[in-house]
Design a binder for this molecule. Structure first.
Ligand code: FE2
Length: 357
């Protein structure tokens, strides 16, 4: 009971950290609130999104301008959207679900809230390991889970693998967010898949033994703690750092004290996850949903989806958002994100046994 409550709270915090904290985490332009005139012919698309970015609103407008399909959207935390869709059942107005992390998309899929979409265009544009094998969801933007470190105290040679975080070099030096956070659960899912249960458990135990403080905050919190000298290494998704490095003078000053390392360059590559989308199980307009998903893989869709988030486009050859050119080219893992869901419960058990709250 406690675990479930903690998991939900942590997930809400995660999602708040994923977007603009000032933006209301409630519906906006949603089905009930919408009164704008709609084109009769092309119809309407209802999007349920766990993202909260102003650029997404511009993205919907761009799709509408190109297709004549009027977009209504509901933005909320992924757990709330999931519960909402369950409660709505057959009468849910949702056509499309957008959420970050394959682990979250798995939860919608496992709850029976998505339907398969067999798209030749998407299969051609999106690498196989970044999409669900039966088409229940597709990844549309990439994010790397990297090591943030203090370059004044740590040499790049000391942060070349995730295993480095569990070694004696960093005793009392590691900051982390909660293990209930989906980014950490998905990373653990890949470690379980690649290394096996026992080695994954040993890694978690080693990291916990190195904690500088109990897990707290979001990814940005860990970057700030490094800059403040509370710890010298942490895990973060790359875009939190990139946003700070291109943000307010205060954020830039923090980022200037922190460097990023892309782990596993000499082996299987850095853990990469996605922001993804799928067609809702009871989509009232499946054709419009399909059209929107395929549009997300076009240059326009990719641009709007990554512009403000500073994620990497998933389709090859697309223009990179501002600030990503400062990052090195890196080898990314090709672990099938579709398999992360199967490891999710085991990942949490491993973290719990390690005492990683
Ligand atoms: Fe995020």
């Amino acid at each position: 009971m406690t675990r479930i409550r903690v998991a939900v709270v942590a997930a809400v915090m995660l999602l708040a950290s994923c977007g603009n904290p000032a933006a209301p985490a409630s519906e906006s332009g949603g089905p009930a609130a919408d009164s704008a005139p709609r084109p009769e012919k092309a119809g309407v698309l209802n999007v349920y999104s766990a993202r909260h970015y102003d650029s997404d609103k511009q993205m919907y407008k761009a799709f509408e301008a190109e297709t004549g399909i009027h977009v209504r959207f509901r933005e909320s935390g992924a757990p709330e959207l999931l519960e909402t869709m369950k409660a709505e059942g057959d009468s849910s107005p949702a056509d499309v679900v957008i959420s970050s992390d394959a682990g979250t998309l798995y939860r919608f899929e496992a709850a029976g809230l998505l339907q398969p979409f067999d798209s030749e265009a998407l299969k051609a544009a999106i690498p196989e390991h970044f999409r669900q094998k039966d088409g229940y969801w597709y990844g549309f933007a990439r994010r790397a889970r990297v090591i943030a470190y203090d370059p004044a105290r740590v040499s790049p040679d000391e942060v070349k693998t995730y295993a480095d975080l569990a070694g004696p070099r960093f005793r009392g030096e590691v900051c982390m967010r909660s293990s209930t956070n989906i980014y950490n659960l998905s990373l653990m899912g890949e470690l379980i898949g690649r290394l096996g249960h026992d080695a994954a458990q040993a890694w978690a135990n080693g990291v916990v033994a190195n904690f500088a403080r109990p897990p707290q905050g979001g990814d940005t919190t860990q970057i700030e703690a490094i800059a403040a000298g509370e710890c010298s290494v942490a895990l973060t998704n790359h875009y939190y750092y990139v946003r700070m490095a291109n943000g307010s003078p205060g954020d830039r000053a923090v980022a200037a004290k922190v460097a990023l390392a892309f782990p596993q360059q000499d082996s299987w590559g850095t853990h990469v996850n996605v922001t993804g989308a799928g067609i809702a199980k009871n989509a009232p307009d499946r054709d419009n949903a399909a059209r929107f998903l395929e549009w997300l893989a076009t240059a326009d869709g990719q641009g709007w989806l990554t512009k403000e988030t500073r994620e990497f486009p998933i389709v090859a050859g697309m223009e990179m958002p501002e600030g990503l050119d400062a990052l090195p080219a890196f080898r990314q893992s090709d672990f099938p994100l579709d398999e992360l869901g199967a490891h999710q419960a085991e990942a949490q058990e491993i973290y719990d046994r390690a005492g990683w709250n």
